[in-house]
Ligand binder design. Structure first.
Ligand code: SAM
Length: 372
């Protein structure tokens, strides 16, 4: 590899035009060969890229897991419809509004409504919920993450006031997609949905699991190329974690290292993107979310769901739900972020270009450094 890693703009430009072979080589290099100092230089560079646009701010979003019912059978997911060992729940409109009320009072200005693909949430029901949230809290953003729907449906949700939509593409490689999903699902439709969402005007999030079964360097390079083409406003990546009731139970024990490398590379390639330090990252590594911020992440989504249902939104084994990632521990979480020299930010936290925010170099916020 002959690239000068000291200059964020140079490596960013290099990654903007790198081909599949070059991208898979750079990922391989960091997975297999990088020394500890090369590894930490990568993370520092990623923070520099983030701080060019976001000035060390870490945005807080309140996550509300609205339903664990799902019509899909994704092979890796604990919510898959053929999992008969899980207890299912869905939140009523009242419960969702209750979560928003609690979230608003403690400071959140973005609510993320996420769930399995649950037919109960018709356009009408969802639009009503969005409308009511926006009516009560007009200064808040509403993010949806409820899977694949028609273009017409997305348009209705947007018109009702939804601002953002998260839909991980899961993998940009056809063959890989087939190994993770049943025949009735298609990568083509997943990608089409992402383009519809973008066209309609949502701030859109794509993403994938790191170390998912059968993933390899070439597939990851295709993910990077797809992300570069789509240019989403948000990118959700986190470690794949096996779930005991799926075919991938015991697949292998994940660690945070690969996810942290990819977080940094993605940050450098698409520096303006909003990049969460995911709950999955915090599940595989106690310090995972903290390390995520030191690797260039700038979003955290503490859980606002009713406590009695948190254990039932079980995508993978040992998912965190009462620790630092929970909204009940917000003060500790914010302090933790401050101790890294970063700035906890409870504003809507839109994608930087939507507000024409500054593009000058870092305001001097330390990255990943402990406060003395
Ligand atoms: N139904 C919506 C959708 O399809 O986008 C949102 C819910 S879905 C459960 C949210 C994300 O969880 C998926 O996009 C997937 O990447 C992630 N996920 C599912 N199973 C997982 C696992 N075993 N380990 C890590 N992440 C997982």
């Amino acid at each position: 590899m002959n690239i000068d890693l000291s200059d964020v703009k140079k490596i960013s430009q290099w990654m903007e035009s790198a081909g599949k072979k070059e991208l898979s080589d750079i990922i391989r290099f960091y997975y297999e060969k990088a020394s500890e100092s090369e590894y930490s230089a990568l993370h520092q560079l990623a923070c520099k890229a983030r701080d060019m646009y976001y000035h060390g701010r870490v945005y807080f979003r309140g996550l509300i897991e609205i339903s664990s019912y799902c019509r899909n059978d994704c092979y890796y997911c604990g919510l898959q419809r053929s999992n008969l060992h899980t207890s299912r729940y869905r939140l009523s409109e009242e419960q969702i509004l209750g979560c928003c009320k609690k979230g608003y009072e403690i400071g959140f200005r973005t609510f993320v409504l996420q769930g399995g693909e649950d037919a109960y949430y018709t356009d009408l029901r969802l639009c009503r919920i969005i409308f009511k949230i926006k009516e009560k809290y007009p200064d808040c953003a509403v993010t949806l993450s409820v899977g694949e729907r028609s273009r017409e449906s997305y348009k209705k949700l947007f018109d009702a006031g939804a601002d953002r939509y998260l839909l991980r593409h899961e993998t940009a490689n056809e063959e890989h997609y087939r190994k993770l999903h049943p025949l009735e699902m298609s990568l083509e439709n997943r990608k089409r949905c992402l383009y519809y969402l973008k066209e309609i005007g949502f701030q859109v999030g794509a993403g994938f699991m790191v170390d998912s079964p059968f993933q390899n360097y070439e597939i990851l390079a295709e993910d990077f190329i797809f992300l570069r083409e789509l240019e989403p406003h948000m990118i959700g990546i986190g470690p794949f974690i096996p779930h005991k009731d799926t075919r991938f139970a015991g697949y292998y024990h994940p660690s945070s290292r690969h996810a942290l490398i990819l977080l940094s590379l993605i940050r450098i390639m698409l520096p303006k993107t909003l990049l969460p330090a995911t709950t999955a990252l915090g599940t595989v590594d106690k310090l995972g979310q903290r390390k995520g911020f030191a690797a260039g992440a700038n979003v955290i989504m503490p859980n606002l769901s009713p406590l009695e249902h948190r254990a039932d939104y079980s995508l993978y084994d040992n998912k965190l739900y009462t620790g630092l990632e929970a909204s009940e521990h917000l003060t500790a979480l914010a302090r933790n972020i401050e101790s890294m020299g970063l700035v906890p930010d409870f504003s809507r936290g839109d994608y930087v270009d939507l507000k024409n925010a500054g593009t000058s170099l870092s305001s001097g916020k330390a990255c990943g450094k402990e406060k003395k």
